[in-house]
Design a protein around this ligand. Structure first.
Ligand SMILES: *Cc1c(COP(=O)(O)O)cnc(C)c1O
Length: 386
């Protein structure tokens, strides 16, 4: 018998109408910074529940733009979670600030507001909570802490487009919320990102930041006024999204409700299948949070198993199940160790890291693949019960 097909942990969903939307732009006048980019920003804002959104080249650039617009710089500290992709912390380093890691809540795996509060110093300027796996952080408590200490909240919502908290879209619950449209995320544009905000000043700053800090608006010029004139007013980058990426994003956003529905359905199937399996903890959901289900993470109860996470990872991988680890704690990376960060900073995060396993979840997954994932995990876990 042939080896069964490999089931990846994530994969984009592209239809004919997505292809058509992209080719239409390719046949038109604008390959970059055309009408689709502006329209995509508007549509992201609508989904995020904000007045504005800046479409940008990727989710990392979105974080960089947000931190820069917040005026964060050398000597400042930002507090984020260690259980995230490195970009959530790197954005502070880009502007010369210092990332400080607060531990996670062992139930939601999101940043623990109580530990955030313990890590605040006179230098703290912002909190960067990560809506990890798509489950919103406790925005009620984080906003209250931020307000009391005069901090900005820049949420990394790379996992959370379409997520809600207390019935509201999660984007509007922070000063800025960043998104990624990398193909493993809910909405794919190839590379792509956005920052949602209600604040017109932050919005303007990020528009400038996206394109070299250059304005072409005569009303804003400080020097020339000739018809050919444009003016660089701040230090920006080329973080622009192309028009054909934005066209893909617009087409994908129309399908977001269906994508989220399928993710939720498959997540529910997994939870029903694994809830009572000894040796496994299924994801816990905060009652106020409606997850966008970017990731489905199983937590191993190692005391009930005769082996560790790495062996189980390998056995599933060898059976064609594309498991993954989200994430290596940021400060475990060589670059962060060289900066002086050391193990022991966030014990809950470190323990979770030893026990976690991301299993395949994406809307284009076939029912038969979901069944195969369930049966394979049940078999492998049962074979390792003590
Ligand atoms: C994907 C991701 C990013 C970075 O997004 P890119 O579009 O890949 O640059 C940032 N933070 C988190 C939590 C992510 O998952």
């Amino acid at each position: 018998m042939n080896k069964p097909d490999f089931i990846p942990y994530a994969k984009q969903w592209i239809d004919e109408d997505d292809i058509q939307a992209v080719t239409e732009v390719l046949r038109g006048d604008f390959l970059t910074t055309g009408p689709s980019v502006a329209k995509f920003g508007e549509d992201v804002a609508r989904v995020a529940g904000t007045r504005y959104a800046v479409a940008i080249s990727n989710g990392t650039a979105a974080l960089h733009a947000a931190v820069a617009a917040a005026g964060i710089g050398p000597g400042d500290e930002v507090i984020t979670s260690p259980i995230t992709f490195v970009a959530s912390a790197n954005c502070a380093l880009y502007v010369g600030a210092t990332p400080v890691f607060a531990d996670i809540d062992p139930r939601t795996y999101n940043i623990d507001p109580a530990d955030v509060e313990r890590k605040i110093t006179a230098r703290t300027k912002a909190i960067i909570p990560v809506h990890f796996t798509g489950q919103p952080c406790d925005m009620e408590r984080l906003s209250e802490i931020a307000r009391r200490h005069g901090l900005l909240v820049i949420a990394d919502g790379a996992h959370a487009i379409g997520a809600g908290f207390q019935g509201k879209p999660v984007g509007g619950l922070s000063d800025m919320t960043t998104y990624s449209f990398h193909p493993v995320k809910q909405v794919a544009t190839g590379e792509g990102g956005a920052i949602a905000t209600d604040d017109p000043e932050l919005f303007e700053k990020m528009l400038l930041f996206r394109s070299h800090g250059i304005t072409r608006d005569p009303a804003k010029f400080r020097y020339g006024n000739q018809s050919w004139y444009y003016e660089q007013q701040t230090l920006g980058y080329n973080y622009r999204m192309t028009d054909f990426q934005a066209a893909l994003g617009l087409s994908q956003l129309k399908k977001l409700p269906m994508f989220l529905q399928r993710r939720r359905e498959y997540a529910d199937r997994y939870t029903a299948a694994f809830r009572d399996l000894p040796g496994i903890t299924v994801p816990w959901q905060h009652p106020d949070a409606e997850s966008a289900w970017h990731l489905y993470i199983l937590r191993l109860q190692l005391e009930k198993l005769d082996t560790g996470r790495d062996q189980i990872f390998q056995e599933l991988w060898d059976r064609g199940i594309g498991v993954n680890i989200h994430y290596i704690p940021v400060y475990y990376h060589a670059y962060y160790r060289d900066l002086g960060y050391a193990k022991g900073l966030c014990p809950q995060a470190e323990q979770l890291f030893e026990e976690m396993l991301t299993i395949p979840l994406y809307p284009a997954m076939k029912e038969t693949a979901v069944e195969r994932v369930i049966e394979t995990i049940q078999t492998v876990i049962r074979s390792h019960l003590k």
